[in-house]
Design a protein around this ligand. Structure first.
Ligand code: NAP
Ligand code: ZN
Ligand code: ZN
Length: 373
């Protein structure tokens, strides 16, 4: 049946209010307007940031359709869309690429000024939503809203990918690119270096893969769930430690293990204490710390400037520093077996089981769950 130009009725997981489980609802998805694309979702990962949106750590408007780590097929396009056509396989981008702003024109950085992180409109760029449910308007999330059988995204929030790419590549839409890019792009991990990765979730595991691919000789994974240590080691961690096993601060333990500190540390837990620990465990003269975790709005980092004065660098990145076309390349790298994301998928579920996936994420069990539509 040709659905182009028509409202599509489909299933979506709606978050009616914060701190509550998602509800599987019948929703209406309006056709794409000019420079918009309607996408039939194939799979969507459940990222720590989706959980943080539900828990008030990422400021979000409700009711909302969460989800921002997906792969799908273009169902129809609005006027003026030239990058993709119906039938193309695509990854929605939560970091847009307008190509015109200062950030897009710069070779450094990737945070297009059209991003939703500061604006937090919960809307398409024309200020309206494409979703309704039970007569109510539903907000968009992170320019993507992928916990729905169909979504609408702007044509600056989409990357065309290899038509053969399997459901697992949804992870390239956030978690994998974020962690991997933090190591290879933001930190610039060097051959033979020592690295510490804090927080063994989907992002942390991807950072470990990035450190390994960049040639690090020692990669220390720091986490509280020891059942995940064997997978971390399979992916490239040379050792894994649990802070609870030591009677002194873990930064001291790491400094002792590494003759004064690691060259690179990557924070993937989203806690300010862990961010400080990540900074303090780097070597004074040249240590680099990359913050990826999202902390609650009122949280602050408090540090003595001497930590930086002595030569350390503290930085962060969104989506691993990648821009839209890089996503196409990452999927090709996966297809050509240059990168492996398969171990990151610990569970596949159907949409009606999405709250189970949120529970697994909250309890720190498994690495990444993905919804298969
Ligand atoms: P995740 O699967 O929940 O992983 C986070 C890991 O951090 C957990 O598995 C846990 O590791 C550790 N952790 C969480 N809460 C903790 C606590 N209270 N105490 C100690 N350790 C804790 O989440 P994710 O998807 O990997 O995302 C990680 C962070 O990156 C989140 O803050 C997320 O919002 C953020 N993020 C940022 C970007 C970006 O562009 N910068 C993109 C995606 C996600 P153990 O089980 O090993 O203890
Ligand atoms: Zn831009
Ligand atoms: Zn994410």
């Amino acid at each position: 049946m040709n659905t182009a130009g028509k409202v599509i009725k489909c299933k979506a997981a709606v978050a009616w209010e914060p701190y509550k489980p998602l509800s599987i609802e019948d929703i209406e998805v309006a056709p794409p307007k000019a420079h918009e694309v309607r996408v039939k979702i194939i799979s969507s990962g459940i990222c720590g940031s989706d959980s943080s949106a539900l828990n008030g750590i990422v400021e979000t408007k409700f009711p909302v359709i969460l989800g921002h780590e997906a792969v799908g097929i273009v169902e129809s396009i609005g006027d003026g869309v030239t990058q993709v056509k119906p039938g193309d396989k695509v990854i929605p981008l939560f970091v847009p690429q307008c190509g015109l702003c200062r950030a897009c024109k710069s070779p450094n950085g990737n945070l297009c000024e059209k991003n939703e992180f500061a604006a937090k409109t919960g809307m398409m760029f024309d200020g309206t939503s494409r979703f309704t449910c039970k007569g109510k308007q539903i907000y968009h999330f992170a320019s993507t809203s992928t916990f729905s059988e169909y979504t609408v995204v702007s044509d600056i929030c989409i990357a065309k990918v290899d038509s053969r790419a399997p459901a697992e590549v949804c992870l390239i839409g956030c978690g994998f690119a974020t962690g991997y890019g933090a190591a290879v792009n933001t930190a610039g991990v060097t051959k033979g270096s020592t690295c510490a990765v804090f927080g063994l979730g989907g992002v942390g595991f991807s950072a470990i893969i990035g450190c390994k691919d960049a040639g690090a000789s020692r990669i220390i994974g720091i986490g509280s769930h020891k059942d995940k240590f064997p997978i971390a080691k399979q992916l490239g961690a040379t050792e894994c430690i649990c802070p609870k096993d030591y009677d002194k601060p873990i930064q001291e333990v790491i400094c002792e293990m590494t003759n004064g500190g690691v060259d690179f540390s990557i924070e993937c837990a989203g806690r300010t204490e862990t961010m400080m620990t990540a900074l303090e465990c780097t070597y004074c003269s040249n240590g680099v710390t990359v913050v990826l975790g999202v902390a609650a709005p009122k949280e602050k980092l408090s540090l003595h400037p001497g930590l930086l004065l002595t030569g350390r660098t503290l930085k962060g990145s969104i989506f691993g520093g990648y821009k839209g076309p890089d996503v196409t390349e990452l999927v090709l790298d996966y297809m050509n077996k240059k990168i492996n994301i398969d171990y990151l998928v610990s569970k596949k579920l159907t949409l009606d089981k999405i709250n189970e996936a949120f529970e697994l994420l909250r309890s720190g069990k498994g690495v990444r769950s993905i919804v298969i539509f």
